[in-house]
Design a protein around this ligand. Structure first.
Ligand code: FAD
Length: 566
């Protein structure tokens, strides 16, 4: 579509409102460009707002403050090792050059306030150049009063990141509560009091006005956009890219039900998320079986930007991959819940249809789902599989939607969970029969697992032997924070899916976030960041924050390039 007049003209047109898109809009504004963000849905923030808000930024300016040193060379050695050739080295180098600058810029020039998490390790501690913590940054808590009426237009935090589905916390606070480190009771009381005593707001909304994790990050970015007067249009999906003389010069969007031609004089950046919520694209590209309802990610990410890029000849890559995580689907909840911690906790195992373990459950979530697909056979299905645990684990730990039984026994669970979700039985064999798993197989697995636990070593899968595995274990459990016998009835099973928190495949981009054609040529005027671009991290997940780190970094890079400061 070309040769027609424009309904609206700005310099830098940002499609999407995740953290990367917002970063790009802020930076372009600060470089003197007029900017506009388009959001398809009625809420802004996408998966970024739902997320844990972590940003993996090697060699960042905050690490030294928590006593951890880093270097470009170590970070590069690590990234080259873990991405194993799945990404062009120049993109990795660009990431390592630019991500620390991006983080510093946000901290110094915007409302974004980050801290380094000293205990949150890289996911592959045995790879060269890894760090036991510090590379993961998270936003501090942020109060929604900074957003005024814009607060309730932000997509809500994923339910699993809230205490009792309501009270927000930071990752650092979650760690204190989970590990019951000294002061945890006072912290819990403070968080609860802050929430319940927030009157009269408490009568207006169940949402906590103190924002943590992804809501804090997106809240800080949104407040920074408000400070600058940058417009963000809700319910205004981009539908088509406008190309003139081979250059992308704008989009056709929809506003108030009508098409609107919007010109981006310096360029268009697509930050419109992946295709996690599109069942048809999942079936076309991802391994089978796959279901959109297994995803924990944003429900309006239906691959629009990827389709728009394909329509003008862009190349795509990594479309068969996702940011995988085991998930559980809870009746009545809008999105699946990630099972990130549960699978590492003592007294839990994951089994296939034959009742056999098939993976070191405490591996990074991405790897566990890769194993689910790799081991999925007709007679020993692993998609879905079952997370098995006993009464001791149930009593001590939060597991999916179940609060620790000591606080919320089975009889106190919501009726719908008890009727439609909870699977329990008094014997291992009865539990296996209940969930369609081979009873003799499960019995043999549990017997062998318990023997190994008593020896303190998981000889079959080596669970709990690295720092990232024990990070999600029970720090108070010795000698191995990830191991305890499954021996006290009743026994429980949680159906576990090959879920994700976003897809990885998308438009091919170079180290400046330019979208590329199949022959490697740049499509002038078009940039892609976040999950609509093929992942900077290739087929792996190097450390906490490996999707938001690249999304924000390449949003920053794209804005500089388009404004002639690249
Ligand atoms: C529970 C959970 C926890 C997570 N924790 C972390 C974490 O701690 N660290 C980390 O790095 N990652 C985390 N992730 C993953 C991370 O949130 C996503 O990978 C990331 O937010 C993707 O960013 P994005 O900008 O590509 O998409 P999004 O943040 O989803 O933003 C895309 C936006 O574009 C909009 N859009 C779609 N189509 C159009 C269109 N046609 N026109 C206009 N707008 C459109 C969407 O509605 C959406 O608002 C988590 C995800 C979940 C679900």
């Amino acid at each position: 579509m070309s040769g027609q007049s424009w309904d609206h003209t700005i310099d830098w047109l940002v499609v999407g409102t995740g953290a990367g898109a917002m970063t790009s809009a802020i930076v372009a504004h600060d470089l003197g460009a007029t900017t506009l963000l388009l959001e398809k849905g009625p809420l802004y923030g996408g998966s970024s707002a739902m997320s844990g808000g972590g940003l993996w930024v090697p060699n960042n300016h905050l690490m030294a403050g928590v006593g951890i040193t880093d270097s470009y060379d170590d970070s590069l050695a690590y990234l080259l090792a873990v991405t194993a050739g799945s990404v062009a080295e120049k993109r990795l180098r660009a990431y390592l050059d630019q991500s620390p600058k991006m983080a510093k810029y946000l901290c110094e020039k915007t409302r974004v306030d980050l801290v380094s998490l000293p205990e949150y390790p890289d996911y592959y501690p045995n790879a060269p150049g890894s760090r036991p913590g510090g590379r993961a940054l998270e936003p501090k808590a942020f109060h929604s009063r900074n957003l005024g009426d814009e607060f309730l237009k932000m997509r809500e935090t994923a339910i699993q990141e809230l205490i009792m589905g309501r009270v927000s916390m930071t990752v650092a606070e979650a760690r204190i509560l989970f590990c019951k480190t000294p002061g945890w009771v006072a912290l819990m009381l403070r968080l609860m009091a802050g929430y319940w005593l927030d009157l009269p707001w408490r009568f207006r909304s169940a949402r906590d006005r103190k924002l943590g994790m992804g809501n804090a990050l997106v809240g800080m970015l949104r407040a920074s956009l408000l400070d600058r007067g940058v417009p963000l249009w809700l319910e205004s999906p981009a539908r088509e890219l406008v190309v003139e003389d081979g250059r992308v010069v704008g989009v056709v969007a929809e506003r108030d039900g009508r098409p609107m031609r919007i010109r981006g004089a310096k360029g268009v950046v697509l930050g419109a998320g992946g295709f996690d919520a599109s069942q048809s694209m999942r079936e076309k590209y991802l391994p089978s079986p796959t279901r959109a309802e297994w995803s924990a990610a944003n429900p309006t990410s239906t691959g629009d930007a990827i389709e728009m890029g394909l329509a003008i000849g862009a190349a795509i890559d990594l479309m068969d991959d996702a940011w995988w995580s085991p998930t559980t689907v809870v009746p009545g909840e809008a999105r699946a819940r990630l099972l990130v911690i549960e699978k590492s906790l003592p007294g839990t195992i994951m089994v296939n249809k034959k009742g056999q373990r098939f993976v070191n459950e405490a591996l990074p979530y991405n790897d566990v789902v890769n194993a689910m697909y790799a081991k999925n056979t007709a007679d020993a299905a692993t998609v879905p599989c079952q997370l098995i645990f006993d009464a001791t684990a149930r009593a001590k730990y939060p597991l999916g939607p179940l609060l620790p039984g000591a606080q919320q026994p089975d009889w106190a669970l919501p009726g719908r969970i008890r009727r439609e979700y909870l699977k329990k039985a008094d014997t291992i064999e009865a539990l296996a029969t209940l969930v369609g798993v081979d009873p003799a197989g499960l019995r043999a697995t549990v017997t062998r697992f318990n023997e190994q636990v008593r020896s303190g070593k998981d000889l079959d899968f080596h669970r709990g032997e690295t720092v990232i595995e024990t990070y999600y274990g029970d720090a108070n459990r010795k000698p191995n924070p990830c191991l305890a016998p499954i021996e006290r009835p009743p026994y429980y099973a949680m159906e576990t899916y090959a879920g994700d928190f976003g897809t990885k495949g998308g438009l091919c981009v170079d180290e400046k976030a330019h979208v590329l054609r199949e022959n490697g040529d740049v499509i002038p005027g078009l940039y892609a960041i976040g999950n609509c671009s093929s992942a900077t991290m290739g087929r792996t997940y190097p450390g906490p924050g490996s999707t938001l780190g690249p999304a924000t970094t390449f949003g920053y890079v794209a804005a500089h390039d388009a404004c002639g400061k690249g």
